[in-house]
Design a protein around this ligand. Sequence first.
Ligand code: B12
Ligand code: SF4
Length: 510
Amino acid sequence: MNADQPLIIFYNAQCAKRGFQRLPAAILQVASFIEDVYPYEIIDGNLAQDTDYAALIIDRIRQAGVRYLAFSVMPGPQLASTVADLRTIKAACPEVTTIFGGYFPLNHYETCARDADVDYVIAGPAETAFRDLIACLERGDQPVDVAGIAWCEEEILASSSSLQPVRQNEKQEYINPNELPRYPYHRLDVEQYVVPTFLGSRTLSHHSSFGCPFLCNFCAVVSLANGRWKGESGARLGELAEHMVQQWQINALEFHDNNFFTSESRVKAFCEELLTRKLSLQWWGEGRPDTLLKYADETWELMSRTGLKMIFFGAESGSDDTLKQMNKGGTQTTSGVMELVTKMRRFNIIPELSFIVGNPPEPDRDMRQTIHFIRRIKRANPDTEIIIYRYDPVPIGGEMYDEVTRLGFTFPTTLEEWVDERWRKIQRRTSADVPWLTSKEQAYLADFQTVLNAQFPTSTMRHIKPGSWQFHLLKAVSGLRYHSGWYRFPLELKWLQKKFAYQRPEISGF
Ligand code: B12
Ligand code: SF4
């Protein structure tokens, strides 16, 4: 094996808009387990987006004799870019072994494993799974004992059935984040990931914990963690933050954890580290309203003093019945969310609330209740950011999933179907073609969002600043509609938003 010739390529196909790329933490984490074991390189399709990445990878495979091509795959835009490139690469280099990991294969491992161009799938945590899979294949063995792997065995593949059985081993146990090696940042040009955001001019990201202790029944994280959570210590995080400041002069840090604020003592320790190390950073993370309501005022004060600018919350619904149905853990309520946004005003930290609307079994009622709730929230704290998603099922069962299944909903069974125009629209939530919400109901929701976004332009946008003339114009023109509750056909607002290249937070993702 020649250390200069990569044996493995990790490929992060395009998923972010130009300029919105983030460090591919999943790949760095998996790669950290093969550092100094196997030669590899990372190719990120989110950088230099005009590049023909399939052609580039084909060249690398041919020139360097790459044997394994490992894709990180999220649903949505990344799946589409992945499948397009996978087809081109496999047609040109059928000998390369392809491996899929990430959230899409986690939830749809059978669809991936049955695809003729996908050789192996890793469902769930993959640090040791990936390393052991490569070791096994290099020995010429089948990964029968390697945790986390799913695949169609050759004799099964040869059968004529389109629903070939897939062999799946037990998932890999997750690794305590405090025992993970530091990410091999030197494998990337990190400077290209230092981006301007509303937090600061030089923002980097980090993922500091595994999983989430809750079991909400619409959430893809449950399939990964099944109610388990473990975080890196405050001290380790302080050390990393200092390294990022010294190495890349960052002034802002995004935490991409599913539930960064699970442990108050860890968050406090991190804030104290920032103070001790004299680091001046603006930071952001995701949390649960009920967890943060329990935080002491002195922790809020400390978080605010150390640069916490905004917290993202899954507020989910304006209906307590829906929250129960979602299995939000029993202690999250609409009154709690209201109390929280009011409290956060005092500490000058912006709440960013995400809602899922159109939940079965009464999607229309659910949507209207949530819209009403959002209006109340805006009265209590107008700075609150609102992000609205339409309900979309995740295959982990539960009352809502059962209801959409009853209505005739089924997931696609091939990668081609997943990336066809109909499904792409459904995943972008731009299609009305779903059985649980009519096109009229979806149009009403889209119109409300247009009016809301004009009346309260998002502060996460990079180019329309609060107080700018565009900001005031959007507010003035939308005033009558918002205050009278007349949302239908807001053509003038759509025109203005298009002119100003208004970026809705749910579409830009961060
Ligand atoms: C950062 C991020 C992004 C970045 C992209 C990052 C990148 N790869 O370049 C951006 C902002 C572009 C993005 C976009 C989207 N994202 Co995103 N994203 C995340 C986030 C917050 C962190 C991902 C991460 O780095 N995790 C840390 C790593 C260590 O964990 P991991 O991903 O689970 O990886 C482990 C395993 O999955 C596996 N693995 C992962 N990849 C690979 C690859 C190989 C080869 C192997 C072997 C293993 C493997 O091994 C890893 C280690 O054990 C996650 C939530 C989360 N906290 O994970 C959402 C998340 C993955 N995103 C999600 C979604 C839906 C999207 C969008 C499609 C929609 C949206 N509105 O957010 C958009 C697309 C936007 C668009 N352009 O239209 C969902 C997926 C849900 C689902 N149903 O599967 C998540 C889970 C958020 C959520 N809770 O809903 N995202
Ligand atoms: S609290 Fe958030 S991350 Fe955790 S399971 Fe529920 S929705 Fe998913």
